[in-house]
Design a protein around this ligand. Sequence first.
Ligand SMILES: [Zn+2]
Length: 83
Amino acid sequence: MEQTIKVWKCTNGHALGQVVRNGSGVRQLLLYRQAASEEGEVDVLAVVEGYVTDVRCSLCGEVRTWVPGQEAMERLLEMARRR
Ligand SMILES: [Zn+2]
């Protein structure tokens, strides 16, 4: 199965992380420790499945908010219902 990897960037084109889909088709953000200006070695700080605000680009200081896909929200709601 081919996995689609989409780079999540600030408006100045620095890569802040990668958007991937896990085995259940849920979108996740692999948040980089440091923003990257070009492809190369990256250090993943965290895997984010929910909502995350104020992700700051370490290169230009731009702040962005990660909004997960609808499927992730639905899954979170389902998990909450099961508790
Ligand atoms: Zn930037």
